[in-house]
Design a protein around this ligand. Structure first.
Ligand SMILES: Cc1ncc(COP(=O)(O)O)c(C=O)c1O
Length: 478
């Protein structure tokens, strides 16, 4: 048997598949043990050395898979409270495996017959949840960053009289966005040639929401400076602090000045599934376009993002590019030839992951996930407030909480230093995983509660660890 015949054999698939599933199931089980590590920290250089040695030591699939598990961060551990990526729901991961195996490229209908139809259905579903009517539609794309860029390209197509796609443009275009928005908005605007002057950053109020009262004056100033503002972007919520902009009020402003209203709901757009938290995104249904990441608050594997448009026509006009080898008439609005509308040509069969979960467990699983984690955000905040030497930055809207170690005997720089030391010590210890951020030149520890099995027990253990480390570094730094 040739190596190719062996590697492609059904028997090999079954044997290797069984090994993998067995390992993952043990991993998931072990993740729940309180003594388990979230991360086995190694510097990048040591990690590289490790893998160089490892490559010389073992070619056994089981060993390699086990070693990857041992040396990767474990999002399924309830002590994982770091970045905004979900612990994948096992069924969604299995659908991801199927997508990898089938490898239907999705660019044209023939290359994704089932997954294209399913994509249409789940987009209809999410459009309904957003509150759009039957005129809405959209597609799945690879990540919030790409989805935000695609939405802004659609906005430009709609808002600028000239055909920028065909003819290019010397026109000075701009977008207005909170100074706290995710950096990918800034990046998208620069990719579109808007430059620094085209990214108008609106200051935030004391609750870290975009100041709506400033929108009009910033808009007028931009217009006086010869800029054409094409869109205002609301964050639902912002990344650092997890605070929702007042979408309803941004919608009114956009309607008054006839501007495109885009909502970056990459993190928290999923509240459209929650009766309890939907009001945080009040006004989302008025947006011309909405981005929601599946791999953040919807338990999907990375990477999978919904991009929904209030008016489906807009989703077809972004890339009016001719690719004769793929489709005959690029003017036709064929929902089933997805590459007409997506940045990607080939993309994975993301739709089947979401569909399988929805069919197996119902929409209530998305609601329960959001509610559990947003409730936990409040619990975390209250537990921080109960500690004399801990201080939180803001009362959270969502499952993102920024807090820090404080002490009356320490001044600003010393507190900053100690919080950096705490974060580094926690990272290197590896039981917990949390991140950090800088707000008003103060260093904060930052958690995003992504694991629905994180409980008060883990939070309490983390806060005690922070307090112990704080005291230790206070003495050490003297
Ligand atoms: C508000 C917001 N927008 C966009 C992004 C980028 O999304 P992605 O990582 O899927 O590209 C993030 C990521 O954290 C985010 O928080």
């Amino acid at each position: 048997m040739s190596i190719l015949q062996k590697a492609y054999s059904a028997l090999e698939l079954k044997e290797q598949g069984n090994i993998l599933i067995e390992l993952l199931s043990t991993h998931l089980n072990n993740s729940k043990h309180s003594a388990s590590q979230t991360l086995n920290w190694n510097t990048p250089e040591n990690q590289l050395d490790f893998w160089q040695n490892q490559s010389e030591q073992s070619n056994e699939v089981k060993d390699i898979l086990q070693t990857i598990l041992n040396t990767s961060i474990n999002l399924h551990n309830p002590k994982y409270m770091g970045h905004q990526v979900a612990p994948t729901l096992p069924l969604a991961a299995l659908a991801g495996l199927m997508s990898s195996y089938l490898n239907n490229g999705m660019a044209v209908y023939e290359m994704g017959t089932a997954s294209s139809a399913i994509e249409k259905l789940i987009l209809q579903d999410i459009c309904n949840k957003i509150g759009y009517d039957a005129n809405a539609d959209g597609f799945l794309t690879s990540g919030g960053t790409l989805a935000n860029l695609t939405a802004l390209l659609a906005a430009r197509r709609q808002m600028v009289k000239e055909d920028v796609w065909e003819d290019g443009s010397n026109k000075k275009l701009a977008v207005m966005v909170s100074e706290e928005a995710h950096y990918c908005i800034d990046r998208a605007a620069r990719i579109m040639g808007m430059g620094t002057s085209g990214i108008i950053k609106i200051p935030v109020d004391k609750h870290y929401r975009m100041r709506i009262d400033l929108l009009e004056s910033y808009y007028e100033k931009a217009t006086e400076n010869g800029l054409q503002v094409i869109a205002v972007i609301g964050s639902a919520p912002t990344t650092s602090t997890g605070i929702y902009d007042k979408l309803d009020e941004i919608a009114s402003f956009c309607s008054k000045f006839n501007l495109w209203f885009h909502v970056d709901g990459a993190h928290g757009g999923a509240v459209v599934y929650s009766k309890k938290y939907k009001s945080l995104a009040k006004g989302i249904e008025k947006a011309d376009s909405v981005v929601i990441d599946g791999h953040k608050m919807m338990m999907m594997p990375s990477i999978m993002t919904f991009l929904a448009f209030k008016n489906k026509i807009h989703s077809y006009q972004t890339f009016s590019q001719k690719a004769q080898y793929l489709w005959e008439n690029s003017e036709d609005e064929e929902w089933y030839n997805y590459a007409k509308r997506t940045f990607e040509c080939t993309k994975s069969m993301m739709s089947i992951q979401f569909y399988l979960v929805k069919q197996a467990y119902g929409d209530s699983i998305f609601e329960e996930y959001v509610d559990t984690l947003y409730d936990l955000g409040q619990v975390f905040y209250e537990m921080v407030e109960d500690e004399a030497h801990l201080e939180s930055f803001l009362k959270p809207d969502a499952n993102i909480v920024c807090f820090r170690y404080v002490h009356p005997d320490l001044h600003h720089d010393e507190i900053n230093k100690i919080n950096q030391q705490i974060r580094k010590a926690i990272l290197e210890d590896g039981r917990f995983y949390i991140v950090q951020t800088l707000l008003q030149s103060k260093n904060y520890l930052r958690v995003t509660l992504m694991n629905p099995f994180t409980s008060q027990k883990e939070i309490n253990e983390l806060l005690k660890t922070v307090l112990t480390l704080g005291e230790k570094f206070m003495i050490k730094n003297q």
